[in-house]
Design a protein around this ligand. Sequence first.
Ligand SMILES: Cc1cc2nc3c(=O)[nH]c(=O)nc-3n(C[C@H](O)[C@H](O)[C@H](O)COP(=O)(O)OP(=O)(O)OC[C@H]3O[C@@H](n4cnc5c(N)ncnc54)[C@H](O)[C@@H]3O)c2cc1C
Length: 412
Amino acid sequence: MTSIAVVGSGVSGLHLGLFLQQHDVPVTLYSDKTAEQIASGRLLNTVAHHHHTLERERELGVHHWDASEYGYVCHQHAVVGTPEPMRWRGDFQHPSSIIDYRLYLPRLLQDYEERGGDVVIGPIDTEMIERISSDHDLVVVAAGRGMGAMFAPLPDKCPYDKPQRRLSAGIYHGVRYSEPKGVGVHMSLGHGEMLELPITSREGFATALLFENIPGGDLEVLADVSYDEDPRAHDELVLRKLEQHYPMCFERVDAASFRLQGPDDLLQGALTPVVRQDYVRLESGTFALAMGDAHCVVDPVNGQGANSASYSAWVIGRAILDDLAVDEQFCRRVARDRQAFVHGVSDWTNMILNPEPHVVGLLMAMAENKAVCDAYTQNFNHPDRQWDTVATPERTAAFIARYGAGQPAVAA
Ligand SMILES: Cc1cc2nc3c(=O)[nH]c(=O)nc-3n(C[C@H](O)[C@H](O)[C@H](O)COP(=O)(O)OP(=O)(O)OC[C@H]3O[C@@H](n4cnc5c(N)ncnc54)[C@H](O)[C@@H]3O)c2cc1C
């Protein structure tokens, strides 16, 4: 029977591993870290899972944090830098959810192991990929951005050669949730965006603040300031920047109890978006298929990378079940089946980082018409449709006309 190697035990590797296990397909997960190492490590990201990803978790029997209790139901938009500050809301049809990956990934790895799954711990490099390919019929490379270089970038899908935002993501206490509970999507024109994320953390409910700072702007300092050197000065700086740039979050902050959760709960950096080719043929003749961040990296401003990685895992899993072989034709089929979704995530996110005037117009329409905003919000589950919406001024105008005229938001 077909044997699959999955390199990497992030969200995509685990979702594929659990899927194959559920369907009795032999699979081995190769990971450089144990569950304990992930659990005790530094903040990895601040990932929102949307409904379609939560549905896959339910199907795998690993939806351990009931979205009706842990999730959130809307996007609360706030903009400053316009003549008047603006705020508006878009609702989801079903909740999304944010669980610290240092809780999420170890729990799913534990599920996989308790169900009898094979895991090999130790770093894998490209030479070892060649070696393990002789023990398997297909190697799925899901080891994140570090392993992407195996797959050549697709130049026409890579508009940027450097990061468009400098990031600071941290878990904080002292921020009261919005009502209804939602993700705050804050914009400070010319300086960046800030996502205010109701997260379930090691200390229970908390708020992740993801500052997406435009290089050269007033907020860029947040990507550089050291927490370890002076924790209080760091927290004070964040507080002042919130007050100045994101007042509609600051109004719910209790300054006396505001604090970063701890030294490991901060992640600063930047990433360059890239879409890579889908697969390569290894010297052994076996194919290696890229999945998740090894295939496509997007800036986190739209919260799509992990959802897309999980979607990709599902496409690959289903293709393994359905197809007759895991040869080049199989790889082409996977590429075709996931293209609209994964490239949609990338094209839409790259557009949002430097929005064209019609996309700014869409934001204005969303502020004025809740049905338009609900439809846009719901499309966080359908990045292919979202790209169809923002790709050209004509399409955006048609979207506004359709939903502005009172059509219900698109289905789940
Ligand atoms: C601040 C921030 C916020 C984000 N917010 C969101 C969000 O809201 N929604 C969303 O959908 N996405 C979000 N993302 C993106 C998301 O984190 C990634 O897209 C997603 O985690 C990618 O999953 P993956 O399975 O491809 O790889 P990864 O999560 O990168 O996992 C790779 C795994 O491979 C292992 N590994 C690495 N190298 C090796 C090696 N050499 N050998 C063996 N194993 C190895 C690692 O230990 C890890 O377990 C965010 C990212 C950041 C940085």
